[in-house]
Design a binder for this molecule. Structure first.
Ligand SMILES: [Zn+2]
Length: 351
């Protein structure tokens, strides 16, 4: 009985030990788990800490960016103030330039007036004043300002094999134009000159030689060349031309004295303020380009003097002509022949 009891106690004690060991194990396990959790918490804390740090850094960065934006905005303000400042400075300078130009123009007009008075008087001591005593025209004393939009079609360098075609087109639209001619003593040329005059167009002198080295060598040389052309026109048509166009236009440094002399003789010269560019070589003209250039140039003007050419090779000018005429008619332009009462268009007056 006693042995049993002992055995029973021993068993009981053995169980307690086991339970104890188990509890210790469990405890150790929990401790380990706690340690692990602590570690995790500590890891999470340091993660949070580093995230906070990142947030802080980002905030700092954002602050920095704000500062940058602010200083950029300030720079823009400064720039805008600056450029508006320089804008008004430019406007101021432009006004000064415009004022100066107006002054120069007024002075030029005064000079022109003085030069005209001085140069227009006959002076027998000037050799070219005594040349060609019949080469005089009546200088227009009145000025005609056309009403509405006006275009003066002008054809240089004819007559040519194209003259009859040009005349037929002008006739078809019942409009008058101006021919600055380079005449020759041939039946064909005389016939064409007469056809121009008979149809009611204006005939003006262009040149005889069309050679700049001859024409612009001197005033005498200019008069020699001019007179040859003038004489042929008078002989062929009976009309004494009183207007002319310089070969190459008046804008060259040789025309100053010539203009004075021709003005003294009563002749009026005309340049142009619109061109079909039918004589340019680069790029070569086409029917479309001639029409387009003519139309767009004329449409920029209330009064336009359109330069075209009457030359054998220039078939494209003839082909472009109906489009030019029809378009400008539709735009409300009147077509007039030039005369010496028309005040435009001289690129260079006496200076
Ligand atoms: Zn010419």
């Amino acid at each position: 009985m006693c042995l049993l009891l002992l055995c029973g106690c021993a068993v009981k004690y053995g169980q307690v030990d086991e339970e104890k060991a188990e509890l210790i194990n469990r405890n150790n396990e929990l401790k380990r788990e706690n340690t692990e959790k602590d570690q995790t918490i500590s890891d999470l804390n340091s993660l949070i800490e580093s995230l906070n740090k990142s947030v802080e850094d980002l905030q700092k960065e954002a602050e920095g960016l704000k500062d940058t934006i602010k200083s950029l905005e300030e720079s823009i303000d400064v720039f805008e103030n600056d450029s508006s400042g320089s804008g008004s400075k430019i406007a101021e300078l432009e006004k000064t330039v415009a004022d100066l130009q107006a002054q120069i123009e007024a002075q030029n007009e005064l000079i022109v007036e003085l030069e005209n008075k001085k140069l227009i008087e006959f002076d027998p001591s000037i050799p070219y004043h005594t040349m060609y005593p019949d080469l005089y025209a009546e200088l227009a004393d009145e000025v005609v300002v056309p009403e509405g939009k006006t275009v003066y079609l002008t054809f240089d360098d004819g007559p040519s094999d194209r003259t009859d075609e040009i005349l037929a087109i002008l006739d078809q639209y019942n409009i008058k134009a101006t021919f600055f001619v380079v005449p020759r003593r041939t039946d064909e040329c005389f016939r064409r000159l007469r056809a121009i005059v008979d149809a009611g167009h204006t005939i003006g002198v262009h040149t005889y030689s069309h050679d700049y080295s001859i024409i612009y060598a001197s005033v005498e040389s200019y008069l020699d060349d001019f007179y040859k052309a003038y004489e042929l026109i008078v002989e062929a048509t009976g009309v004494k031309p009183d207007i002319f166009r310089f070969a190459g236009g008046s804008l060259n440094d040789k025309t100053y004295k010539i203009i004075a002399e021709m003005t003294r003789r009563g002749f009026t010269y005309y340049d142009w303020n619109a061109s079909g560019d039918d004589s340019v070589s680069d790029p070569p003209p086409t029917v479309e380009s001639i029409a387009q250039n003519s139309i767009s140039w004329v449409m920029r003007r209330q009064e336009a003097v359109l330069l075209l050419h009457d030359e054998k090779k220039k078939t494209m000018t003839v082909e472009a002509l109906p489009t030019i005429i029809e378009t400008l008619m539709a735009e409300g332009y009147n077509f007039l022949p030039m005369n010496n009462k028309v005040t435009l268009y001289q690129q260079r007056k006496l200076k």
